[in-house]
Design a protein around this ligand. Structure first.
Ligand SMILES: Nc1ncnc2c1ncn2[C@@H]1O[C@H](COP(=O)(O)OP(=O)(O)OP(=O)(O)O)[C@@H](O)[C@H]1O
Ligand SMILES: [Mg+2]
Length: 430
C-alpha cells in the first residue's frame, strides 16, 4: 500500500485538532506504522499531550540539518506499557517558541513537505495549526479536504471549516487553469482563460451576488462555450472534490446537526457548490477524561478503557481487541460502501440550484444511522470508529481525489492528472 498522508485541519482554534490527530494517529498505528507530525509549530501542543522525553524535534530539522525521519520520537514503557503502540512515532514541535519555525518561509515549508513525503511510515498524520494561511494550505491536498474537525459547541468553527474547503477548491481551480497551464493547449481550450478567472473571482467574492458560487460559474461557462471539454474539466475539479469531517465534543445528533452540520453544509452549498461529496468520519464525544488525559501527557487512547465501555468478549478471545472491534464495525459502513467512481465523461452541468435541504438530509441521515448503531461507544471507541471509516476510504483502487494523499503533491502533478483524465475521457469506450 502506498503511504497515506492525512492532514487534520479546522480553521478555528481550540476545537480539538490536536486531540483528534494524536488519538487518531495512535489508533491508526495499531494497523500499520504511523507518524504524527506537529505542524502547529508555534505552540507545539503534540509535545505536551505526549509526555515522553524528546531527543530531536523540528528545531534539529531546521537548525541542525537533521533529517525529519531522524526526529521521530517513540513512546516509552511509561506511556505504552504493553507495547501496543510500538508502531507509533511523532515529530515534535520545538521546545520553545522560535520565530523561524512559528512563521516558516516558503522554502522551509517546501523542504518540510518533501521530507514528510519521505517519512518511513504507512500513515502520516499532520496536526495543522488554526487559521488559513500557507502554513495550513501548503500541507492540504488539492483534491480533498483531509480531515476537518469542528464542533457543535462553536458554530463559527463550522464556517471556518467550510472556508477551508472553499480556499482549497479555489486554489486548485486557479492552479489548474492558470494561463500557462497545459490544459489550455488542449483543442478547444485556447480561449476562455480570462472569462474563467473572472468568474472564479466573482464566485469567490461573497459580496458579488450575481455569481454566488461555482455552480453558477459552470452555468455561465456553458452559456458562453456550450458543451465543450473545457466545461467538463472545470466541472470535474469541482464535483470530484471530497470533503471529510469529524464532529468533536459531540453532544447528540440533533444538536450536532443544528449547530454544526447546518452551518457547514449551508455555507458550502451557498458559497462553494451544492455538488460536493461530503463524508462524515464519525464523532468524538465530549468527555472530561479526554481533557484530563491531555493535560497529564497521556492521551485518552493510552488509558485503559472503563470496564463497562469495553466491547463484550467474543466466544473465542480475539487476538487483538482493537482489531477485533474494527472488524465488528463492518456493519457500519454507512456512506462508504457505495462505489465512489469519478463522474462520467462528457459535459453534464447540473442545475445551480440543487436543494440545500437534500444535502443536509443526507448528512443527518448518515449521522443518525451511524449513531443508532454506536451510541453507547466510549470515547476511545469513537477514535477507533473514525479510523475504521478512514481505512475503508483508503481501500484500493485508488483515485487521486480520495482521502489520504499519497504525497503532498506539487501543482504540476495535479494538472497532469487532469490531462490524463481528459485524454481517457475522449478515447472511445470499448
Ligand atoms: N472530546 C473532548 N472532550 C473533552 N475535552 C476535549 C475534547 N477534545 C478536545 N478537548 C479539550 O479541548 C481543548 C482544545 O483541544 P485541542 O488542543 O485538541 O484543540 P486544537 O484545535 O488543536 O487547538 P489549537 O487550535 O489551539 O491547536 C483542550 O483543552 C482539550 O483537552
Ligand atoms: Mg492544536
Amino acid at each position: 500500500m502506498p503511504k497515506r498522508i492525512i492532514p487534520v485541519a479546522s480553521g478555528k482554534g481550540g476545537v480539538g485538532k490536536t486531540t483528534f490527530a494524536v488519538n487518531f494517529a495512535l489508533a491508526l498505528s495499531r494497523r500499520a506504522p504511523t507518524i504524527l507530525v506537529d505542524l502547529d509549530t508555534g505552540t507545539s501542543s503534540v509535545r505536551s499531550t505526549l509526555g515522553v522525553p524528546v531527543e530531536r524535534d523540528l528545531y534539529h530539522f531546521k537548525r541542525k540539518g537533521a533529517k525529519l525521519a531522524d526526529c521521530v520520537t517513540r513512546l516509552d514503557a511509561g506511556l505504552d506499557r504493553a507495547g501496543r503502540y510500538r508502531d507509533f512515532g511523532f515529530v515534535a514541535g520545538p521546545r520553545h517558541f522560535l520565530d523561524e519555525l512559528a512563521n516558516p518561509d516558503a522554502e522551509f515549508r517546501k523542504r518540510l513537505a518533501m521530507e514528510i513525503n519521505a517519512l518511513p511510515a504507512d500513515f502520516v498524520v499532520l496536526d495543522l495549526r488554526a487559521g488559513l494561511d500557507h502554513n495550513v494550505l501548503d500541507f492540504l491536498p488539492y483534491t480533498n479536504s483531509g480531515v476537518l474537525v469542528f464542533t457543535p459547541h462553536l458554530p463559527q468553527a463550522s464556517l471556518a471549516a467550510s472556508d477551508i474547503v472553499k480556499a482549497l477548491l479555489f486554489r486548485t481551480l486557479r492552479l489548474i487553469f492558470r494561463r500557462d497551464s497545459e490544459v489550455f493547449r488542449l483543442p478547444g481550450f485556447d480561449e476562455g482563460h480570462d472569462l474563467i478567472h473572472e468568474l472564479f473571482d466573482r464566485a469567490e467574492d461573497v459580496y458579488d451576488d450575481a455569481v454566488p458560487n461555482l455552480d453558477f460559474v459552470l452555468r455561465d461557462l456553458r452559456d458562453v462555450f456550450g458543451d465543450q471539454p473545457l466545461l467538463s474539466a472545470v466541472e470535474w475539479v469541482i464535483h470530484d472534490f471530497r470533503v471529510h469531517y469529524v464532529l468533536n465534543l459531540f453532544d447528540g445528533v440533533q444538536e450536532s446537526h443544528d449547530a454544526a452540520i447546518v452551518p457547514f453544509v449551508r455555507n458550502l452549498a451557498e458559497n462553494v457548490s451544492s455538488h460536493l461529496d461530503l463524508t462524515q468520519l464519525g464523532w468524538i464525544v465530549a468527555d472530561p477524561r479526554v481533557h484530563k488525559a491531555n493535560c497529564a501527557g497521556r492521551p485518552i487512547l493510552l488509558e485503559a478503557e472503563p470496564e463497562a465501555a469495553r466491547p463484550r468478549p467474543a466466544a473465542a478471545a480475539p487476538v487483538d481487541p482493537v482489531m477485533a472491534e474494527l472488524e465488528s464495525l463492518r456493519t457500519s459502513l454507512l456512506g462508504l460502501d457505495r462505489k465512489r467512481p469519478l463522474r462520467p465523461a462528457g459535459p453534464r452541468v447540473a442545475a445551480p440550484s440543487r436543494d440545500v435541504d437534500a444535502l443536509l438530509g443526507e448528512q443527518l441521515d448518515s449521522l443518525k444511522a451511524m449513531f443508532s448503531d454506536r451510541k453507547r461507544d466510549s470515547v476511545q471507541q469513537n477514535f477507533n470508529y473514525a479510523v475504521f471509516r478512514a481505512l475503508n476510504l483508503m481501500q484500493p483502487p485508488r483515485l487521486p481525489t480520495e482521502f489520504g494523499m499519497s504525497q503532498i503533491a506539487a501543482p504540476e502533478q495535479l494538472v497532469r492528472w487532469l490531462l490524463r483524465r481528459m485524454q481517457s475521457a475522449t478515447q472511445p469506450t470499448a
